[in-house]
Design a protein around this ligand. Structure first.
Ligand SMILES: [Zn+2]
Ligand SMILES: [Zn+2]
Length: 125
């Protein structure tokens, strides 16, 4: 394959921004890909950044972790708070407060739904 800009020169790779073949002279080389020109340089940098962020979001490779997704964690804390309020009301008055108890159950259900959804999609943030 020859360079898109220099038809007589052998290409050394493909621009990650526009997929054109580039030679040694044209190539702007990054650690994870190359660009054909200054115009594509920014696009390629952004593509590499998006790829890294994607790995972080989905917990791929070195970003793999067993910790709970933050959305799940927030709902878990909300559930804990509502259980505490409901429990405190019962401890203080000896009666069940249906509003806070219902909300605690509702929050728990939402926590479980969020947890299942985060496992299904593989989202890890
Ligand atoms: Zn390009
Ligand atoms: Zn070239």
């Amino acid at each position: 394959m020859d360079c898109f800009n220099h038809p007589a020169t052998h290409a050394i790779g493909i621009c990650r921004g526009c997929n054109k073949a580039v030679c040694h002279t044209c190539a702007v080389v990054f650690a994870k890909g190359m660009a054909c020109s200054a115009e594509c340089e920014q696009d390629v940098k952004e593509l590499i950044e998006m790829n890294e962020r994607g790995k972080r979001i989905y917990g791929i490779g070195r970003y793999q972790t067993n910790r709970l997704a933050s959305g799940v964690l927030i709902w878990l804390l909300m559930t804990g708070a509502m259980v505490s309020v409901s429990g405190y009301f019962f401890w203080a008055t000896g009666r069940v407060d249906y509003t806070t108890t219902t909300m605690a159950v509702l929050f728990l259900v939402i926590t479980l739904i969020t947890y299942r959804s985060s496992k299904r999609t593989g989202i890890n943030c």
